[in-house]
Design a protein around this ligand. Structure first.
Ligand SMILES: [Zn+2]
Length: 328
């Protein structure tokens, strides 16, 4: 069928309108994959060959937790903590120990406001157990996924109830910070020479410190965007530009560059710290498991059930995407 020019134009406008209404919630698939990929290179000699051999799996499956959050009810709270629900910085009202936090607030409240710092500690125990069992498939799955949660804990808006600027007329700022900016600038402008993974004596303390840093930075993330919005007209702030092969209405490159500069390297810093933390959690789990020889692992192949589960996850995610519930 041939469309007349004006019908065509209208169709394009409708498609663009739909496209720009898709919400977005994740570091961005780009950021998560990149963080896991780069974490591999911080590992010690006993680990690096194994992780490099499986670097595609580790990178690809960095995004599974975000794919799962639209299909599994309990998944979403594992990605954030609205810590400002619990008073003022440094939020001493909130016990850092899970059992004490449950006793004080009840599990329902904790789940409602997010559980990322506790969930990471559960994942770390599972990863340590997988190393102890020399279970290759589980080591790879858990390494990929813990990298995701650790990275989310480094994002300021994952530690703040106003996580998408919904209470301050800044809708969209979440994906702006963690997807749009890294996609535009990480490849050419960020320095990813990070050094070596380090052993973490207390993973609980470590991750709470990162969450507190995130919470402290959330105000700057929101304030800088609001300041710049006053300096840019709406048609300078937003533009129809290509992203992931699609033309969509989004924060313009000029506005993005100004925001990146106003934040004075914050996004690069948090990305670098995510990489360091992810590699260090992998390394710590391996050490705590007694430094098993990674050339002699068992359960080295994904089973048909594993593959079927991945297929199901993808199908659910694509279904959610088609319904406009999911970003990428
Ligand atoms: Zn996430």
């Amino acid at each position: 069928m041939q469309l007349r020019p004006h019908t065509c134009k209208r169709l394009v406008a409708v498609i663009l309108l739909l496209a720009c209404q898709l919400p977005a919630f994740c570091w961005g698939f780009y950021g998560h994959r990149k963080i896991n990929f780069l974490s591999t290179f911080l590992l010690p000699p006993e680990m690096i060959a194994f992780y490099k051999q499986h670097i595609d799996f580790i990178s690809e499956h960095a995004v599974d937790p975000d794919k799962r959050r639209y299909a599994v009810l309990d998944e979403a709270p594992r990605h954030y903590i609205d810590i400002d629900h619990y008073g003022a910085y440094p939020y001493t009202e909130l016990p850092r120990k899970w059992s004490e936090a449950v006793a004080k607030f009840g599990e329902d409240t904790l789940q409602t406001y997010g559980v990322v710092p506790w969930w990471i500690q559960i994942m770390q125990r599972r990863l340590t157990d997988a190393f102890k069992a020399r279970n290759q498939v589980m080591i790879l799955k858990l390494s990929a996924e813990i990298g995701h949660y650790i990275s989310d804990a480094h994002v300021p808006l994952h530690a703040c109830h106003n996580h998408n600027g919904q209470f301050s007329n800044q809708n969209g700022i979440h994906a702006f910070w963690e997807s749009r900016i890294p996609e535009l600038f990480a490849e050419n402008q960020y320095d990813f020479m990070i050094g070596k993974a380090a052993y973490i004596p207390n993973v609980g303390n470590f991750i709470w410190d990162r969450v507190l840093e995130s919470a402290a930075a959330a105000d700057t993330v929101l304030r800088m965007e609001a300041n710049l919005t006053r300096q840019f007209s709406p048609d300078q702030k937003y533009a129809y530009e290509e992203r992931l092969g699609k033309i969509t209405r989004q924060y313009s490159t000029a506005f993005s560059a100004a925001y990146q500069q106003a934040l004075n390297g914050m996004i690069e810093r948090r990305m670098r710290q995510s990489i360091f933390a992810t590699a260090s959690f992998w390394y710590t789990a391996w050490v705590d498991a007694g430094q098993p020889d990674l050339k002699a692992l068992t359960n080295t192949k994904l089973t048909p059930e594993d593959l079927a589960e991945y297929e199901k996850l993808n199908a659910q995610w694509l279904g959610g995407k088609a319904m406009g519930k999911i970003c990428d």
